[in-house]
Design a protein around this ligand. Sequence first.
Ligand code: ADA
Length: 557
Amino acid sequence: MRSVQSLNGVWDFAFFQECGMAAIELSALSFTSVLTVPGCYDVLFPYAAQRGTGVYRRRVYCSGLVKLNIAALGLAAEVYWDQQLIKSCPYAYMPESMVFDSGSTAWHELIILVNNQYNQVFFPFYDFYGYGGIYGDVDLESLPEFYLDDIRISTLDYRQGLIRLQVRASATPAPGCHLQLRFDASELQTLPFDSQVNIYELKVPQFQLWSPATPCLHHLQVSCGADELALDFGIRQIAVAGNQLLLNGVPLRLMGYNRHESHPQFGAAMPPSLIEADLLMIREQGCNFIRGSHYPQNRHFLELCDRLGILVWEETLGWDVKFPTLGEAAFLEQQLDQARRLVRNSYNHPSIIIWGFLNETESQLPELRPIIKKLCDAFHAEDDTRLVTYASNKYEKDCCCDLVDIIAMNPYPGWGDANWEKVQDIDQVKPRLDRLLAALPSDKPVLISEIGAGAIYGFRDPFKARWSEEYQALLLKEICNQVLGDERFCGLCIWQFCNAKSYINGYVMGRSRGFNNKGILDEYRRPKLAWDIITSCIQQARAAGKPDECPGTETSV
Ligand code: ADA
């Protein structure tokens, strides 16, 4: 196996307020402080709420060809090895890997500049806080000269355990090169490896299907020349039949939450055990689905979803971007680049069933169609085994629904679309959903990808006024009953799992306390009244046979 060195831990640190990365003089730096990686600096004193460049430094003992992996960072970064620029990282939350010659056996200097000023990828109008820091693990792998660069496994036929294995090497192999592989504890297989990219169709011995009820993973060990890799994968197929979703041929209804990677004390660098705590709550409630709003997901999150049997929508960063930016060639290029990288990074996670892009875009405008088409095509070209969509708030006016695999709508009856003159608007839910369904194509699955209401934790009110826990609970009960009870919807994804930090002075936008308060839990994961109500609705829907396939209710094939 490759040797991997974790670079997590305590790094030297310096912070330059209101200073861009270009202005940092590497040779003149002095480090007065330290910071732990992973971590966000702008949730910590003395850097809390500041914007500028954080400079991380540590020494690394190594030599030769290496691959540096940074699980995620934000908002943008530059990576320097012995004062030489190795890579610029423009996308917040995107896993980064870089292969380079680290030099002779010695202590080397690794510097990562991490800037948290808004940029052309992370705009100030995003309704979630732009945290600065290294959000995920950092490690360094030693590579042989000829190495395996990318492995992708797709299910070709779930009934037979037939998979497609695509292996890309760093270069064209020497003549007579072979790939050795082993599934789980089965016999070692030897296959010819004669070009840089090799594709095999293989049957997995004694295969088991992956699904929310039985999240069985297989283990694959692959070696070629001096390189060896191992990974887990699942055999499962997600498909669409008319307005239904099918998982391994069985009708599937989604029930779950939008979730931000966000915590008041950790920002976007949540410890894996806290991520796990979120997922266990979600699964315990009877949910089977999470939309990873609104960016690439932490690798611990994805691994946990694979293991726990939680289905995932993963998406690229691009929130409510409007014209003229939306029409710029550079913006589209960036979106396409993110799409390709998202798929490459997450390809082997069976939990992911949907790729998403451009949250709440201008999909009511015909001039957006070519852009949406290009993005759908880019996702499909990288991955023809998953569904592609964007979450829309253009509802009846959306003119791009024919371009996606699954229609996803974010209506807010009783809240955003509400008549605020009325004390309550619960009775608006059903007519709003009916109008939506009447206008949308009926030959595709329709997912409610966001819906919900704000409530301030602890604000209890006998009048059930807006912002009270009571109003949120009442509205969510009606939403759950209407959506789960209507088979024309393939799923319900509530906005949102827990409160998440947003605009600091967001009072006018309804972001009081600086948080988006539509969480069913507060930002410390304390349940509001709606949590138990939603649990009961899921139990009732399951008792009535809906959703057909929540964890535990699935029929095996
Ligand atoms: C939108 C958006 C979410 C959030 C939500 C809200 O639908 O996609 O990120 O901002 O509105 O709370 O209003």
